[in-house]
Design a protein around this ligand. Structure first.
Ligand SMILES: Cc1cc2nc3c(=O)[nH]c(=O)nc-3n(C[C@H](O)[C@H](O)[C@H](O)COP(=O)(O)O)c2cc1C
Length: 483
């Protein structure tokens, strides 16, 4: 039946995509969810975003309001003492950093990550009963258990994870719903031995008595191929509830092309027919799915439904609305360039330390073009674990200074063109680290290829709300799309 969800009427037609770092924050997700569509908070790096908000004085008191609802005793008070600055930071003062997450983590650091995810989801759910989801990158392995647990403590309805194969996540959600300990495999590079390294989270160590069971959220892996969808249905450790099928035009990280990597004259990965997901095969799996990547238009929604999808996941259109975390200056500057036809989106094969292609917006007024970006790894979310010669686990990131990366056994080729996305993306949401030896960290803006066509929706406006975006996406389509 065209124009209507086929078999899952209770599910939303539109997912506002998770956008890290802090772009899809609680304000955006709440705006979307309160209108009945799926609002998704990004919890990638959310623990650092959270302690930086506290250090900036927590304008509006939202962090403190949500912290007061956190159910594990004593944690919020300790975090307030460590990070809250009622007057904010004096100009030029660097943010106090969190210790980098490790696979063996102390209780306090784990609790801080649980609290940060709780706060973000709690606020996104405040004042309405629409659905709220959480987005995490599978590759950022270490804090994910704590973040999932915190999101579940706040009653999150959906978990969406891409950038890797989230095969073990269903069992994590099942375990946390019963307040059970869960252990997952840690990917360790250069490891010779067969025994896998594991890391774990045990909810019971954080409570005195027996904590009450939690709701098990629906799990939607973000995938780019039907073969991965089939594999996850058959081989994931537990139940998968549907899929987001994301193509290579989407904002943020993209799945690399299949086969040998070929670059075009702009240095972008070349995608071909083999990279196109077969939606009929995905529909045959009998689970709801949403199509992402260039689908954020009324026609995109109609076409997705004609292909058997429940709806669409949209990023770029929401990234520039008033509620998103990108600073107003950057939003204004990029949208002005879009209207003038002077914004460009490049699929950068090198920028991300993950090695996945990453979309980068290029425009004349990009403040980052005026500053030299330094090689650094002081936040550590994109580090990978590797086996040190003594057999212990160490961590390295291809965006750290070359000599340090190579001293840890990393290959020099891997460092070429890499940027510290952790720091750059925090700057994009107005939380740049101050550097004693130079200017503060420059921003980096990511968007999907559709950005350059946003003028059609803007119709002369220089700003808009999430509600404007939703009303447009749900508006009638003039002609019936071909299926
Ligand atoms: C600013 C921005 C940041 C993004 N960050 C993430 C992310 O952290 N995790 C993720 O799974 N997808 C991320 N995405 C992808 C979106 O969730 C969504 O799937 C995608 O943007 C859809 O394509 P569209 O941009 O053409 O609408 C991001 C997209 C944008 C625009």
């Amino acid at each position: 039946m065209e124009g209507e969800p086929r078999a899952y009427p209770a599910l939303p037609a539109i997912i506002q995509g998770g956008m890290g770092v802090g772009v899809s924050n609680w304000t955006l997700a709440r705006a979307v969810a309160s209108l009945g569509q799926l609002g998704v908070v990004s919890c990638t790096v959310v623990d650092t975003v959270f302690v930086r908000r506290l250090q900036d004085g927590d304008p509006g008191g939202h962090m403190r309001r949500a912290m007061a609802a956190f159910p594990i005793p004593g944690v919020a008070e300790r975090v307030m003492q460590q990070f809250f600055r009622p007057e904010g930071r004096p100009p030029g003062t660097p943010y106090k950093q969190l210790p980098m997450y490790q696979h063996i983590v102390d209780k306090g650091r784990e609790q801080l990550a649980i609290l940060a995810a709780f706060v973000e989801v709690h606020l996104a759910k405040e004042g309405h009963d629409g659905p709220v989801g959480v987005n995490l990158l599978t590759k950022v392995q270490l804090p994910n258990l704590a973040l999932l647990y915190g999101a579940m403590l706040a009653g999150v309805d959906f978990v969406l994870m891409g950038a890797g194969i989230p095969r073990e996540i269903p069992k994590v959600l099942d375990a946390f719903a019963e307040q059970r300990m869960v252990a997952v495999r840690l990917e360790v590079e250069d490891r010779q031995a067969d025994t896998p390294e594991m890391f774990s989270l045990d909810p019971r160590v954080h409570w005195e008595g027996t904590p009450p069971p939690l709701k098990r959220p629906k799990f939607l892996p973000i995938i780019s191929s039907h073969s991965l969808a089939t594999m996850l249905v058959r081989k994931a450790d537990g139940r998968v509830d549907g899929f987001v099928v994301e193509g290579p035009t989407a904002g943020g990280h993209n799945a690399p092309p299949r086969g040998e990597l070929k670059l075009n004259e702009r240095g972008e990965p070349v995608y071909g027919e083999r990279d196109e997901a077969d939606f009929s095969k995905i529909a045959e799996l009998g689970l709801p799915f949403w199509i992402a990547g260039g689908t954020g238009t009324p026609e995109g929604l109609a076409q997705a439904r004609a292909l058997g999808a429940q709806g669409i996941q949209v990023g770029t259109l929401f990234a520039y609305c008033d509620e998103s975390g990108i600073t107003s200056e950057l939003k204004r500057s990029v949208l002005a360039a879009v209207v003038e036809g002077k914004a460009d989106v490049k699929t950068d094969a090198l920028a991300s330390p993950t090695g996945f292609p990453f979309k980068v917006v290029q425009w004349a007024d990009d403040p980052a073009t005026k500053v030299n970006r330094k090689r650094v790894c002081d936040l550590g979310y994109l580090r990978v674990a590797y086996a040190m010669p003594n057999g212990r686990v160490g961590y390295r990131c291809p965006s750290e200074p070359e000599a340090e990366f190579v001293a840890k056994g990393g290959a020099i080729e891997e460092t070429v063109g890499r940027k510290c996305l952790c720091n750059a993306l925090l700057s994009t949401i107005g939380q740049p680290q101050e550097r004693k030896d130079g200017p503060s960290e420059p921003p980096l803006v990511t968007s999907g290829d559709e950005l350059v066509r946003l003028g059609r929706f803007l119709e002369g406006r220089s700003s808009y709300t999430a509600a404007d975006a939703l009303a447009w996406l749900l508006s009638p389509v003039a002609t019936t799309p071909a299926s």
